[in-house]
Design a protein. Structure first.
Length: 285
Protein backbone atom coordinates (compact mmCIF):
# COMPACT_ATOMS: atom_id res chain seq x y z
CA UNK A 1 0.00 0.00 0.00
CA UNK A 2 2.82 2.40 0.90
CA UNK A 3 4.59 1.61 -2.36
CA UNK A 4 1.40 2.30 -4.31
CA UNK A 5 0.94 5.67 -2.60
CA UNK A 6 4.60 6.55 -3.22
CA UNK A 7 4.32 5.65 -6.90
CA UNK A 8 1.14 7.73 -7.24
CA UNK A 9 2.86 10.74 -5.65
CA UNK A 10 5.86 10.40 -7.94
CA UNK A 11 3.57 10.13 -10.97
CA UNK A 12 1.67 13.27 -10.04
CA UNK A 13 4.85 15.26 -9.47
CA UNK A 14 6.67 14.00 -12.52
CA UNK A 15 3.79 14.66 -14.93
CA UNK A 16 4.48 18.40 -14.95
CA UNK A 17 8.24 17.82 -15.16
CA UNK A 18 7.92 15.71 -18.30
CA UNK A 19 5.27 17.94 -19.89
CA UNK A 20 7.82 20.03 -21.78
CA UNK A 21 9.58 17.15 -23.54
CA UNK A 22 8.72 17.09 -27.27
CA UNK A 23 7.14 13.86 -28.44
CA UNK A 24 9.69 13.63 -31.26
CA UNK A 25 12.57 13.25 -28.77
CA UNK A 26 11.43 9.81 -27.72
CA UNK A 27 9.52 7.01 -29.42
CA UNK A 28 6.89 6.65 -26.72
CA UNK A 29 4.68 4.21 -28.57
CA UNK A 30 7.51 1.86 -29.46
CA UNK A 31 8.65 1.85 -25.85
CA UNK A 32 5.10 1.37 -24.63
CA UNK A 33 4.50 -1.63 -26.91
CA UNK A 34 7.66 -3.25 -25.59
CA UNK A 35 6.86 -2.53 -21.97
CA UNK A 36 3.26 -3.72 -22.21
CA UNK A 37 4.51 -7.16 -23.17
CA UNK A 38 6.15 -7.46 -19.77
CA UNK A 39 4.07 -9.29 -17.17
CA UNK A 40 5.16 -7.01 -14.33
CA UNK A 41 3.95 -3.80 -15.98
CA UNK A 42 1.37 -1.69 -14.16
CA UNK A 43 -0.71 0.94 -15.98
CA UNK A 44 -1.87 4.31 -14.65
CA UNK A 45 -3.83 6.91 -16.58
CA UNK A 46 -3.82 10.67 -16.05
CA UNK A 47 -5.78 12.57 -18.65
CA UNK A 48 -4.04 12.17 -22.00
CA UNK A 49 -1.03 10.41 -20.45
CA UNK A 50 -0.41 6.74 -19.79
CA UNK A 51 2.10 5.89 -17.07
CA UNK A 52 3.82 2.49 -17.10
CA UNK A 53 5.48 1.21 -13.93
CA UNK A 54 7.87 -1.74 -14.37
CA UNK A 55 10.60 -3.64 -12.57
CA UNK A 56 8.79 -3.76 -9.26
CA UNK A 57 8.13 -0.03 -9.21
CA UNK A 58 11.75 0.96 -9.84
CA UNK A 59 11.17 2.23 -13.40
CA UNK A 60 8.47 4.71 -14.43
CA UNK A 61 7.75 5.51 -18.08
CA UNK A 62 5.50 8.27 -19.40
CA UNK A 63 3.56 8.16 -22.66
CA UNK A 64 2.77 11.75 -23.49
CA UNK A 65 -0.33 11.24 -25.61
CA UNK A 66 -1.99 7.83 -25.31
CA UNK A 67 -4.65 8.54 -27.93
CA UNK A 68 -2.52 9.32 -31.00
CA UNK A 69 0.77 8.27 -32.53
CA UNK A 70 2.55 8.08 -35.87
CA UNK A 71 1.68 4.45 -36.49
CA UNK A 72 -0.16 4.02 -39.81
CA UNK A 73 -2.72 1.66 -38.30
CA UNK A 74 -3.56 4.12 -35.55
CA UNK A 75 -3.72 6.95 -38.07
CA UNK A 76 -6.40 4.98 -39.90
CA UNK A 77 -8.27 4.51 -36.63
CA UNK A 78 -8.07 8.23 -35.90
CA UNK A 79 -10.00 8.90 -39.12
CA UNK A 80 -13.03 7.30 -37.52
CA UNK A 81 -15.17 10.20 -36.15
CA UNK A 82 -16.08 8.04 -33.15
CA UNK A 83 -12.42 7.79 -32.15
CA UNK A 84 -11.78 9.66 -28.92
CA UNK A 85 -10.91 13.31 -29.41
CA UNK A 86 -7.71 14.74 -27.94
CA UNK A 87 -9.40 17.34 -25.72
CA UNK A 88 -7.77 19.82 -23.33
CA UNK A 89 -10.55 20.32 -20.79
CA UNK A 90 -9.07 18.19 -18.00
CA UNK A 91 -6.96 20.72 -16.10
CA UNK A 92 -6.16 22.72 -12.99
CA UNK A 93 -7.16 26.38 -13.36
CA UNK A 94 -6.18 29.35 -11.25
CA UNK A 95 -7.28 32.94 -11.77
CA UNK A 96 -8.87 36.06 -10.36
CA UNK A 97 -12.59 36.53 -9.93
CA UNK A 98 -15.20 39.18 -9.37
CA UNK A 99 -18.69 40.42 -10.11
CA UNK A 100 -20.04 42.28 -13.12
CA UNK A 101 -23.29 44.07 -13.88
CA UNK A 102 -24.01 41.82 -16.87
CA UNK A 103 -22.63 39.21 -19.23
CA UNK A 104 -18.87 39.71 -19.85
CA UNK A 105 -18.89 42.75 -17.53
CA UNK A 106 -16.11 43.12 -14.96
CA UNK A 107 -17.60 45.91 -12.80
CA UNK A 108 -20.84 46.15 -10.82
CA UNK A 109 -23.54 48.77 -11.13
CA UNK A 110 -23.03 51.74 -8.79
CA UNK A 111 -26.17 50.89 -6.79
CA UNK A 112 -24.65 47.51 -5.93
CA UNK A 113 -21.19 48.78 -5.05
CA UNK A 114 -21.61 47.44 -1.51
CA UNK A 115 -20.89 43.93 -2.86
CA UNK A 116 -18.00 44.91 -5.10
CA UNK A 117 -14.86 42.85 -4.61
CA UNK A 118 -11.15 43.48 -4.36
CA UNK A 119 -9.72 41.69 -7.45
CA UNK A 120 -6.24 41.46 -5.95
CA UNK A 121 -7.50 39.31 -3.08
CA UNK A 122 -10.26 37.46 -4.94
CA UNK A 123 -9.34 34.30 -6.77
CA UNK A 124 -10.77 31.20 -8.40
CA UNK A 125 -9.57 27.61 -8.37
CA UNK A 126 -11.23 25.24 -10.86
CA UNK A 127 -10.44 21.55 -11.09
CA UNK A 128 -11.74 20.01 -14.31
CA UNK A 129 -11.56 16.42 -13.14
CA UNK A 130 -12.54 14.28 -16.11
CA UNK A 131 -13.95 14.60 -19.60
CA UNK A 132 -15.58 12.64 -22.38
CA UNK A 133 -15.12 13.73 -25.97
CA UNK A 134 -16.24 12.93 -29.48
CA UNK A 135 -14.46 13.78 -32.71
CA UNK A 136 -16.71 15.54 -35.22
CA UNK A 137 -14.30 15.43 -38.17
CA UNK A 138 -12.16 12.64 -39.73
CA UNK A 139 -9.00 14.67 -39.06
CA UNK A 140 -9.86 15.05 -35.34
CA UNK A 141 -9.64 18.83 -35.61
CA UNK A 142 -13.07 19.58 -34.13
CA UNK A 143 -14.55 17.79 -31.16
CA UNK A 144 -17.47 17.92 -28.75
CA UNK A 145 -16.37 17.86 -25.12
CA UNK A 146 -18.21 17.31 -21.84
CA UNK A 147 -17.17 16.13 -18.39
CA UNK A 148 -17.31 17.02 -14.71
CA UNK A 149 -15.40 19.40 -12.47
CA UNK A 150 -15.45 21.35 -9.21
CA UNK A 151 -14.91 25.07 -8.71
CA UNK A 152 -13.97 27.07 -5.62
CA UNK A 153 -14.37 30.85 -5.85
CA UNK A 154 -13.21 33.26 -3.15
CA UNK A 155 -14.48 36.85 -3.18
CA UNK A 156 -12.92 39.50 -0.92
CA UNK A 157 -15.62 42.14 -0.45
CA UNK A 158 -14.36 45.72 -0.76
CA UNK A 159 -16.79 47.04 1.86
CA UNK A 160 -15.54 46.09 5.29
CA UNK A 161 -18.80 46.68 7.16
CA UNK A 162 -21.11 44.47 5.03
CA UNK A 163 -22.13 40.94 5.87
CA UNK A 164 -24.50 38.52 4.18
CA UNK A 165 -27.25 36.60 5.92
CA UNK A 166 -30.69 35.23 5.04
CA UNK A 167 -33.56 37.24 6.51
CA UNK A 168 -35.70 40.16 5.51
CA UNK A 169 -32.65 41.45 3.68
CA UNK A 170 -29.61 39.63 2.34
CA UNK A 171 -27.26 42.54 3.00
CA UNK A 172 -26.59 43.82 6.48
CA UNK A 173 -24.45 46.77 7.46
CA UNK A 174 -22.53 46.60 10.70
CA UNK A 175 -20.94 49.27 12.87
CA UNK A 176 -17.89 47.02 13.09
CA UNK A 177 -15.26 47.38 10.39
CA UNK A 178 -13.89 43.99 9.44
CA UNK A 179 -10.24 43.40 8.68
CA UNK A 180 -11.24 40.64 6.24
CA UNK A 181 -14.62 40.06 4.68
CA UNK A 182 -14.90 37.09 2.31
CA UNK A 183 -17.53 35.07 0.48
CA UNK A 184 -16.68 31.57 -0.73
CA UNK A 185 -18.72 29.40 -3.11
CA UNK A 186 -18.31 25.83 -4.31
CA UNK A 187 -19.94 24.38 -7.44
CA UNK A 188 -20.06 21.19 -9.45
CA UNK A 189 -19.54 21.92 -13.15
CA UNK A 190 -20.70 20.06 -16.27
CA UNK A 191 -19.47 21.59 -19.57
CA UNK A 192 -20.63 21.29 -23.16
CA UNK A 193 -17.95 22.74 -25.40
CA UNK A 194 -16.57 22.68 -28.92
CA UNK A 195 -12.81 22.37 -29.26
CA UNK A 196 -10.95 23.31 -32.42
CA UNK A 197 -7.38 22.38 -33.38
CA UNK A 198 -6.29 24.92 -36.02
CA UNK A 199 -3.29 22.83 -37.13
CA UNK A 200 -3.27 19.07 -37.79
CA UNK A 201 -1.15 16.97 -35.39
CA UNK A 202 -0.73 19.96 -33.11
CA UNK A 203 -1.72 20.58 -29.51
CA UNK A 204 -2.71 24.15 -30.29
CA UNK A 205 -6.38 24.46 -29.28
CA UNK A 206 -9.30 26.86 -28.93
CA UNK A 207 -12.45 25.97 -26.97
CA UNK A 208 -15.79 27.70 -26.44
CA UNK A 209 -19.05 26.66 -24.89
CA UNK A 210 -21.17 26.69 -21.76
CA UNK A 211 -20.93 25.22 -18.29
CA UNK A 212 -23.84 24.27 -16.03
CA UNK A 213 -23.11 24.94 -12.36
CA UNK A 214 -24.77 23.17 -9.43
CA UNK A 215 -24.25 25.03 -6.17
CA UNK A 216 -22.68 22.73 -3.55
CA UNK A 217 -22.23 25.29 -0.80
CA UNK A 218 -21.38 28.82 0.24
CA UNK A 219 -20.10 30.54 3.34
CA UNK A 220 -18.86 33.89 4.60
CA UNK A 221 -15.90 34.63 6.82
CA UNK A 222 -15.35 37.84 8.80
CA UNK A 223 -12.23 38.75 10.74
CA UNK A 224 -12.35 41.77 13.05
CA UNK A 225 -9.43 44.06 13.81
CA UNK A 226 -9.07 42.17 17.11
CA UNK A 227 -8.64 38.88 15.22
CA UNK A 228 -12.07 37.46 16.08
CA UNK A 229 -13.29 35.13 13.30
CA UNK A 230 -16.91 34.53 12.39
CA UNK A 231 -18.01 31.94 9.80
CA UNK A 232 -21.51 31.41 8.48
CA UNK A 233 -22.83 28.81 6.02
CA UNK A 234 -25.98 29.42 3.98
CA UNK A 235 -27.26 29.50 0.42
CA UNK A 236 -27.58 33.31 0.76
CA UNK A 237 -30.49 33.32 -1.70
CA UNK A 238 -28.14 32.19 -4.49
CA UNK A 239 -29.56 30.47 -7.54
CA UNK A 240 -28.90 26.73 -7.09
CA UNK A 241 -28.22 26.22 -10.80
CA UNK A 242 -26.47 28.76 -13.01
CA UNK A 243 -24.86 28.80 -16.44
CA UNK A 244 -21.52 30.22 -17.61
CA UNK A 245 -20.04 30.99 -21.00
CA UNK A 246 -16.40 29.91 -21.25
CA UNK A 247 -13.59 30.51 -23.73
CA UNK A 248 -10.29 28.63 -23.46
CA UNK A 249 -7.13 28.59 -25.59
CA UNK A 250 -3.60 27.32 -25.28
CA UNK A 251 -0.85 25.00 -26.44
CA UNK A 252 -0.12 21.53 -25.11
CA UNK A 253 -0.21 21.63 -21.29
CA UNK A 254 -0.69 25.37 -20.79
CA UNK A 255 -3.57 27.69 -21.56
CA UNK A 256 -5.69 30.66 -20.55
CA UNK A 257 -9.42 30.92 -19.93
CA UNK A 258 -12.22 33.44 -19.37
CA UNK A 259 -15.57 32.57 -17.80
CA UNK A 260 -18.60 34.81 -17.39
CA UNK A 261 -22.01 34.00 -15.94
CA UNK A 262 -25.05 34.01 -18.21
CA UNK A 263 -27.42 34.02 -15.22
CA UNK A 264 -27.36 36.24 -12.12
CA UNK A 265 -25.82 34.93 -8.92
CA UNK A 266 -28.77 35.71 -6.62
CA UNK A 267 -32.47 34.98 -6.93
CA UNK A 268 -34.80 37.70 -8.23
CA UNK A 269 -35.59 40.38 -5.64
CA UNK A 270 -33.47 38.58 -3.05
CA UNK A 271 -30.09 40.17 -3.64
CA UNK A 272 -28.01 42.40 -5.91
CA UNK A 273 -28.03 41.69 -9.65
CA UNK A 274 -24.45 40.58 -10.24
CA UNK A 275 -22.82 38.12 -12.64
CA UNK A 276 -19.66 36.31 -11.47
CA UNK A 277 -16.65 36.11 -13.77
CA UNK A 278 -13.14 34.70 -13.59
CA UNK A 279 -10.04 34.73 -15.79
CA UNK A 280 -6.73 32.97 -15.44
CA UNK A 281 -4.34 30.24 -16.54
CA UNK A 282 -4.70 26.48 -16.84
CA UNK A 283 -2.40 23.50 -16.48
CA UNK A 284 -3.77 20.70 -18.65
CA UNK A 285 -3.22 17.02 -17.88
Amino acid sequence: MKRTLLISAICLSATTLFAGIPASDFDFMAAADSLKQSSDTSHFFMGRREILVTNGGKDIHFIRNRFYDDNEENQEQSKNPLHRFNSHWESFNFGIGGFGSGIASTSVDSKYDYIDVDPIRSFAFHWNISDISLSLTPQNRIGLVSGIGVTWDYYALSKKNVWLDKGDSLMHFDTVTYKRNKLRTCNMVVPLMLEFHPVNNSNLYVMAGVEANLRLGARTKHVTEDGVKNKHKSDFYMNPITCNMVVRAGYEDFGVYFSTALTPMFKDNKGPVVYPFSAGVSLNF
